[in-house]
Design a protein around this ligand. Sequence first.
Ligand code: UD1
Length: 363
Amino acid sequence: MLKIINVVGARPNFMKVAPIVAAMKRREREFAPLLVHTGQHYDADMSDAFFRDLHLPAPDIYLGVGSAPREEQIAAVQERFEPVVGKEKPDWVIVVGDVNSTLACATVAKKLGIKVAHIEAGLRSYDSSMPEEANRVETDRIADLLFTPSTDADENLRAEGIPPSRIRLVGNIMIDSLYQHLDRSRQSPIRDQLGLTEKRYAVLTLHRPANVDDLVVFSRILAALESIGEELPIIFPVHPRTRKTIVNLGLGESITKMRDLRLIEPLGYLDFLSLYSGARLVLTDSGGIQEETTVLGIPCLTLRNNTERPITVSLGTNKVVGTDTETIVSEAFAALERAPKPAVAIPLWDGHTAERIVSLLMQ
Ligand code: UD1
């Protein structure tokens, strides 16, 4: 019997851990899983809604760290996670993705001599200004087992000198959740509530510090949205970080005037899946949404200068367009004129990644 601590901290972790916990619960003679929530994200709509939608069991242990600058947040997670690992003495600590909680919990486990597995290992934007990039590189350096979503991730790890014996190509864990919940998401009332017609609207998400903490960059993006909004309405579920910076940068008034940019609260997993799966176009600076739109064949423009998920560009529907106003507008209009690319199957993004991971842990 393997005792496992699964860690979640922030919104993009929940849809990655839910299939793992479920797969372990299906093999209850082999696995004793515990769920630890660091509390990096704590609002009802950033956290609780995802437990409900994804059928995640309530956390066994809640660390309640809350918001803080990166180094402080990492230190707070480490301080509260260490006694948990010391008491529970698991065989493995499993971390996912690239948020601050991922790195914090991996370092604690390593220090206490507990094996660490990192799911979604090997992704690289090669943009050292992103906190997520530091979290990925440092977590991969110390983890014992690196579960990768695609061959480009394996290549990145090998280029950093990580021995192939630590790397396992298993596919994309987020897509397990997507396939599992796609049918249920069709029951979501969100599109009716917003009065939307399928393929006649765009969806926007924006929360990267480089985009929303900087007045010049944020204003350039808003100018582009104003033009795109003349063609079709843009639905914008606003991340709490972005909500704060809109106020701090004094952009509230100009955004309110943009009638075709509709700000709404952050959505739960099922409502958001329903929303973007019916969209004509998605504009985002998120990592995961580039992958989800690729699987569903929804055109996606990534408002960043790079991506750690190049396979969504080479095989999928994603295009990295940066944050220049004219480029965003011309790429958006070009995407609206093209017939959408049919969705292509990416190897191992098949809804069975969790089963592969738990089988490998058993070996
Ligand atoms: C974090 C992750 C990012 C991920 C994103 C998804 C890191 C470095 N970043 O960024 O990779 O894409 O989550 O959402 O881990 N806040 C709330 N309520 C909440 C959570 C946050 O109001 O429930 C506010 C905080 O007060 C803070 C801001 O949002 O001011 C940022 O939160 P934080 O977790 O530090 O980073 P994110 O920008 O959410």
